[in-house]
Design a protein around this ligand. Structure first.
Ligand code: SF4
Length: 391
């Protein structure tokens, strides 16, 4: 348990992030913690890098909506201070708190207080002797560092641990966690360290964390982005929902990529729908599709959606067209329908479909197919023009 959040042993995978404020700034840090909690984090880590930060933690912990982990580097005394401040867990970096007597003292105190510790191995700050022994921050070296820390903990009878072996190189991170999961039986915290700013940071993190989660490895996750930590929280939550590891809390907007058949600017409509529905916390899958030819069918798994055609918006619920409105009104109508689905349920909305809506959509579809044919991308015309140029 990290505070009230269960970790490992079949518990739901939890999302973590880390505050970027000075921990001594109590109000600023709490404001960020609340924003992170609203975005979907389960656990927040704050640095405890000096005495003022430890004192800040003593004020932050009782007012935080989620459990707080103190991040400790170099100074074991700050781990003791953080425990005194009432944090729910510690993160120790074995690469920079290296004296066995210090590690054992912290572990003994955590044991007596019933507090968990994450052994947070990081490729960038690996114990120098282990790096030398393995010829660098290899997966084996990262795991060896965690095992050495575990052995110190074992000497004082402490085993309430979670482990991470992060690297900024995705294949190294993946191999390290795979090896670790075969070697130890502790909950694992996943992350690609220093992943960088989005979009590359998001892609790297998703590649590493997502691969491992899909293999059943990992109990808590963190996206380490060079961005507002709220972005980390959203990304972590979205990944877990996408993998079916956590229930959907809010909107899941799907949209077609658009193509030559599109009857509307799909990107603009998707953005409009996103900003209209995002803040409403509606846990529905909503589809924005560029044409009525393929839209309702391709998005039939979505709870509801819109598809354009001939200046009209075709609203569909689970693939059934329930309403046809002028294109200018379709985003508003979609929002109304989403609210009706929430209030009355999907079946009731399908049952009260407007008379003639499905027939009108079918007729528009036939008309579009007739006029666009199979060559909606106008490939043949383009090829003819290319050939003219070549002549
Ligand atoms: S065929 Fe229609 S629904 Fe599919 S990508 Fe093209 S515009 Fe979107």
């Amino acid at each position: 348990m990290v505070g009230s959040v269960p970790v490992g042993g079949g518990a739901p995978v939890s999302v973590q992030s880390m505050t970027t404020t000075k921990t001594a700034d109590v109000e600023g840090t709490l404001q960020q913690i609340y924003a992170l909690a609203a975005a979907g984090v389960d656990i927040v880590r704050c640095t405890c890098n000096d005495e003022a930060a430890a004192e800040g933690l003593a004020r932050i912990v009782p007012r935080s909506p989620v459990p707080i982990v103190a991040d400790i580097h170099f100074q074991y005394k700050l781990a003791l201070a953080a425990m005194e401040a009432g944090v729910h867990a510690l993160r120790l970096n074995p690469g920079n708190i290296r004296k066995p007597e210090h590690i054992k003292l912290v572990a003994s105190e955590a044991r007596d207080r019933g507090l968990p510790i994450r052994i947070g191995v990081n490729a960038g700050s690996l114990d120098p002797d282990i790096a030398e022994q393995f010829g660098g921050a290899t997966p084996e070296a990262l795991v060896a560092s965690a095992q050495r820390e575990l052995a110190y903990f074992g000497e004082v009878g402490f085993e309430d641990c979670k482990i991470s072996v992060k690297s900024s190189t995705v294949p190294v991170m993946i191999d390290a966690y795979r090896l670790l999961s075969e070697t130890v039986d502790f909950p694992l915290h996943l992350g690609v360290t220093e992943a960088g700013p989005p979009p590359a940071g998001l892609v790297k993190s998703t590649a590493g964390i997502g691969t491992l989660l899909a293999e059943g490895i990992g109990d808590t996750i963190r996206y380490s982005l060079t961005a507002d930590p709220v972005e980390e929280a959203r990304a972590g939550r979205t990944l877990l929902e996408a993998l079916g590891l956590r229930e959907r809390r809010g909107l899941d907007l799907i949209a077609c990529p658009s193509c030559g058949r599109a009857e509307v600017d799909v990107i603009a409509v998707a953005n409009e729908v996103m900003s209209a529905l995002e803040s409403r916390n509606i846990p529905l899958q909503v589809a924005v599709m560029g044409c009525v030819v393929n839209g309702p069918g391709e998005a039939r798994e979505a709870d509801l959606g819109i598809a354009s055609g001939r200046g009209k918006g075709h609203l569909f619920v689970k693939g059934h067209v329930v309403r046809v409105v002028p294109e200018a009104e379709m985003v508003g109508a979609l929002i109304e329908t989403a609210e009706r689905v929430m209030a009355e349920g999907i079946d009731a909305v399908i049952a009260s479909a407007e008379a003639g809506a499905a027939e009108e959509a079918a007729a528009t579809r036939v008309e579009l197919l007739r006029t666009q044919g199979e060559d909606a991308n106008h490939s043949e015309e383009r090829i003819a023009r290319i050939r003219e140029l070549a002549d």
